[in-house]
Structures are given as structure tokens and as C-alpha cells.
Design a protein around this ligand. Structure first.
Ligand SMILES: [Zn+2]
Ligand SMILES: [Zn+2]
Length: 108
């Protein structure tokens, strides 16, 4: 018998559980993503430095090791639109002249 050794665990790999990938031999169970340990198949793995990765952890895309916390430029526009002062039109003083509120009238 020509039993090859698993590239990951080093134990012999029998044909029934063998995966040939990346020029190496793997147990099916050992052929999993380096990062999340998700089991891979020859159809959905990504090889990098002779190690398998899932697509989500593909080192070539560097989406998991270099998680730059992108400074989200939160431009909180503090446009205080309180500029429009509620002006009590003093022309109404004449209207309220009978209410005895003084000369300034009812200022809200
Ligand atoms: Zn193995
Ligand atoms: Zn993964």
C-alpha cells in the first residue's frame, strides 16, 4: 500500500478519505480553512502558501487579517437651524392692549 501522509496532521491518508490538493494529500476532515476550520472541498477552497482557506478567508483578498477600522467620516452636520428666532411681532401689541400685560405684551 502506498499510503500518503496528510499534509496537516501527518497521519496516513487512505484513499477513501483522501483529498489531493495544492500538491499535497489531505484527510477530508483535515482539508479545512486555516482560519475558521470550515471543511472545504476541492471545489470551494482557496489555496495560499499551500494551505487551504475558504473563500471568506481568502488571504489574497486580505479581508480578515487586515481589518482596518475604516474611520467612517461621520460628518455630523450640526447645522443648528435655530437661527430663525421666533420673533414676537411687536405689531401685535396693539391687539393685546386690552389684556393689561404691560407694554411688552405676552412674550411666549
Ligand atoms: Zn489529516
Ligand atoms: Zn474560513
Amino acid at each position: 500500500m502506498n499510503v500518503q501522509s496528510c499534509a496537516r496532521c501527518g497521519f496516513g491518508v487512505y484513499p477513501a478519505e483522501k483529498i489531493n490538493c495544492i500538491d499535497q494529500t489531505w484527510h477530508k476532515a483535515c482539508f479545512h480553512c486555516e482560519v475558521c476550520k470550515m471543511m472545504l472541498t476541492v471545489n470551494n477552497f482557496v489555496s495560499h502558501q499551500k494551505k487551504p482557506y475558504c473563500h471568506a478567508h481568502n488571504p489574497k483578498t486580505n479581508t480578515f487579517t487586515s481589518i482596518y477600522e475604516t474611520p467612517v467620516n461621520i460628518n455630523v452636520k450640526k447645522q443648528s437651524e435655530s437661527v430663525s428666532e421666533v420673533r414676537c411681532s411687536r405689531r401685535e401689541r396693539g391687539v393685546h392692549k386690552n389684556l393689561l400685560w404691560g407694554a411688552f405684551g405676552p412674550q411666549a
